[in-house]
Write a protein that binds this ligand. Structure first.
Ligand code: ZN
Ligand code: ZN
Length: 263
């Protein structure tokens, strides 16, 4: 069985047919999903928490996406502090740095990511982390802030990884898992398959980041959790392992990271 370690199931794009989307995920063998709270407006966190509370297949994260960093105020902080304590919330995030779109100023992004990392440490929670931008800046700054704030006491996952092999190895040493999305299946993967092939399976996760980033064959369509299988199939080919073994390994990795047995 598969686990989609990062999807935006709470996004408006799924309002019309969310139950069908979950049925198709089940039919494809995807039996666990991590619904990311942030990324579609800070208020969207509440919807992810509600979805997790109402469906045993779904777990939630609560956090502030770098795009939303500029929206965070003290009332929002207090609200998120309460929300993150709710049942079946398994991680902080997604949070991080995005120097590609720059929807929030760098200084604001760095400060809010530092807060999120500190929150993960104080709560002993893992984090789902977004990093985008040219290496080295965004990636180096992200790792520096994370290690300064967490002192390496909690784990995280670099979701939708698009960085270099060298950085991925350092991130793994620093306690991160690496998660691959549909980009791994794209004809033009910009070298990402070589990165995925060289990394140890015991630190890898798969995800859709739905509704965006539909895999090759579904490009241009809305992405959904069922398509995480397409990402796993490419990973299986790269590692020359049976698809079932990739499903089991990536699900076990996610269960360990997010401590789903305790949630
Ligand atoms: Zn992201
Ligand atoms: Zn995301």
């Amino acid at each position: 069985m598969w686990l989609d370690s990062h999807c935006h199931l709470a996004a408006d794009e799924f309002d019309a047919d969310r139950a069908d989307v979950l049925d198709r995920a089940r039919d494809a063998g995807v039996d666990r999903l991590i619904a990311i709270g942030s990324g579609y407006g800070i208020a969207g966190n509440a919807r992810a928490v509600e979805l997790a509370a109402s469906d045993p297949r779904v777990f939630a994260t609560v956090g502030v996406h770098p795009h939303e960093a500029k929206e965070l105020d003290d009332a929002g902080r207090r609200w998120l502090d309460e929300l993150i304590e709710r049942p079946r919330v398994v991680a902080v995030g997604e949070c991080g740095l995005d120097y590609h779109y720059m929807n929030s100023e760098r200084e604001v992004q760095r400060a809010v990511f530092a807060e999120q990392a500190a929150s993960a440490r104080s709560r002993h929670m893992p984090a789902s982390i977004h990093v985008r931008g040219d290496e080295p800046n965004a990636f180096e700054e992200l790792l520096d802030i994370w290690l300064a704030e967490t002192r390496g006491e909690v784990e995280g996952v670099l979701h939708c990884y698009t960085g270099s092999l060298a950085f991925a190895r350092r991130a793994i040493e620093a306690g991160f898992y690496i998660s691959f999305s549909g980009i791994l299946t794209f004809k033009n993967d910009r070298g990402l398959r070589e990165v995925a092939k060289a990394l140890p399976l015991e630190r890898l996760l798969v995800e859709t980041d739905a509704p965006l980033l539909a895999p090759q064959g579904f490009r241009g369509k809305r992405n959904e959790p069922a398509y995480v299988v397409a990402v796993g199939e490419v990973l299986a080919a790269l590692h020359a392992r049976p698809v079932e073994e990739i499903a089991r390994a990536t699900s076990e990795n996610a269960r360990a990271l997010f401590r789903l047995e305790d949630a």
